[in-house]
Design a protein around this ligand. Structure first.
Ligand SMILES: [Zn+2]
Length: 508
């Protein structure tokens, strides 16, 4: 007799539904697995055999063949234990015939029949839903993640013995446990912690409203990190799809408590400048995809402090994802695409020693060293940064000034501005000003006559074509924040100001 059960494995950061077929035939007792299984899946037969015995059921004294399909996709990990066990029980008629229809079983079995939570339960459940599966059997520790997928019935089971009795209709499933608080994703910082830096606070608001990449140039210890780490606090909540993607990524990376629910807030990733290209871009180790900082920042902010100190492969590796929103990891047989749509914040010192500010009296760097430092951030990378802010040490007067708006107040304005842009671009494939393609910008989205006049003036004064494009994108965001329909001369003038420093590592 042949039984069919659906299971899920993880490929990259997504789930992949696998059909498990179990055939029990007459012959010498034996067990074999076919269909590109790795060692962990191959060993599954021994774990399942013990687990079935310990659950009070019988392993058949017959020839057992376990087939996994699609046969051409490598399968790895231990998530197929449970579907294999269910397949054997079905094929030997120890559980009702139709109980696995429209259902999948997610979990790892211990030898004693205990069911362990599966780290990537959310992507697994999403893949199952896409294949028309409406019921998911999981361990209590995975139940919260599966419960966030709409249209999926979650059946919580403790161990194999419990599962058998639930499938036979002899007992009830457990209740879904309460969600844990998500420590890693809740922010404890707020914009109102920042004293002085009025210009910096405003630049952050504009960057958030138009999703513009941002660079911060200034001497060490002046507050660049403090500014950058508050950007996520004024960004809107993640939309449903991004929230699911972000939760899947962080679950696969082992960054989330197992019982956590959906991540709703944009993540903040700040890799150190000594990080390897692998740590930034991600890698495949053995059979496991390990997302890098770019992917962990998906939907949120990637902060590179002391950006010119990052290795060249790291900085070059940023370019492709910044264009496509995807990072591609090559491995021997195949390539894996991981999502990486992030907002970049670069921070840099004005020179290697960090003191070339003002008249630069205390800077001891040679002209050559300064130029080399500046050149480490390549042109194509700099071209994507719309807002370049020079961060200076606040004066005593500025520090004593009134406390500014809180993150909640600013987030409110950011959200209104984003809504204006989204309505304007409703027919377009983008929804924020920073994603406006250059060609479109010139054809359809010119500022008003006074704005155009100022822009032409600036171009005569040496503003490059690409520089002008960036100014126009930022001017649109300023117009959205001011709730006007077309950018005017004032918005262009402000955007020119936010283009910032005409020297140092991030100038044109
Ligand atoms: Zn210096």
């Amino acid at each position: 007799m042949v039984a069919q059960v659906k299971g899920v494995v993880v490929s990259g950061v997504a789930g992949l539904v696998i059909r498990v077929e179990v055939e029990v035939a007459q012959g010498l007792p034996s067990v074999g697995v076919i269909g590109l299984a790795d060692a962990a899946v191959g060993e599954s037969k021994w774990r399942v055999r013990s687990a079935i015995g310990n659950a009070g059921c019988k392993w058949p004294a017959a020839r057992v063949t376990i087939g996994l399909s699609p046969a051409d996709i490598p399968k790895h990990g231990t998530s197929l234990d449970l579907p294999i066990a269910v397949g054997v029980l079905l094929a030997t008629e120890q559980i009702p015939k139709d109980c696995a229809r429209d259902a999948t079983f997610i979990g790892e079995l211990g030898l004693d029949g205990a069911l362990r939570p599966f780290r990537a339960a959310l992507p697994a459940a999403i893949a199952a839903k896409r294949c028309g599966i409406s019921r998911v059997y999981v361990a209590p520790g995975s139940a919260r993640q599966v419960a966030v997928v709409p249209g999926v019935e979650v059946v919580v089971i403790r161990d194999l013995e419990h599962l058998v009795s639930v499938l036979r209709g002899e007992s009830l499933a457990d209740a879904i446990p309460e969600a844990d608080a998500i420590g890693a994703m809740t922010s404890t910082v707020d914009m109102c912690d920042i004293r002085g830096h009025a210009h910096g606070r405003f630049a952050l608001e504009v960057a958030a409203a138009g999703s513009h990449h941002l660079s911060l140039l200034g001497p060490p210890g002046v507050g660049k990190t403090m500014l950058a780490e508050r950007l996520p606090t004024i960004l809107p909540d993640l939309d449903e799809q991004t929230a699911i993607d972000v939760t899947s990524i962080h679950a696969v990376a082992g960054r989330l408590p197992l019982a956590a629910g959906l991540v709703r807030r944009p993540p903040f990733e700040a890799p150190h400048h000594s990080a390897s290209a692998t740590a930034l871009l991600g890698t495949v180790r053995g059979r496991h995809t390990i997302p890098g900082a770019l992917t962990l920042a998906h939907g949120g902010v990637l902060f590179l402090d002391e950006a010119p100190e990052f290795s060249r492969p790291c900085l070059e590796g940023l370019r492709q994802p910044m264009e496509s929103g995807i990072v591609r990891i090559m491995r021997a047989a195949e390539s894996v695409d991981l999502p990486a749509q992030f907002q970049l914040v670069l921070a840099a010192n004005p020179c290697p020693c960090g003191f070339a500010v003002g008249k630069g009296a205390s800077c001891r760097c040679t002209a050559m060293a300064k130029r080399r430092y500046g050149e480490r951030l390549s042109g194509p990378l700099r071209d994507r940064i719309d807002i370049r802010l020079e961060v200076l040490r606040p004066t005593m007067g500025e520090l004593a000034a009134q406390v500014g708006d809180s993150s909640v107040q600013i987030a409110e304005r950011v959200s209104r501005a984003r809504t204006r842009a989204a309505v304007r671009f409703r027919e377009m494939p983008w929804s924020v000003n920073s994603h406006l393609p250059a060609g479109e910008l010139r054809r359809k989205w010119a500022p008003d006559a006074s704005g155009c006049a100022l822009l032409i003036e600036a171009e005569r004064g040496g503003l490059s074509l690409r520089g002008a494009d960036r100014v126009m994108r930022v001017a649109w965001t300023l117009a959205d924040l001011c709730e006007v329909d077309v950018p005017s001369r004032d918005h262009i003038a402000m955007a020119l100001g936010l283009r910032g420093a005409d020297r140092g590592p991030t100038d044109d």
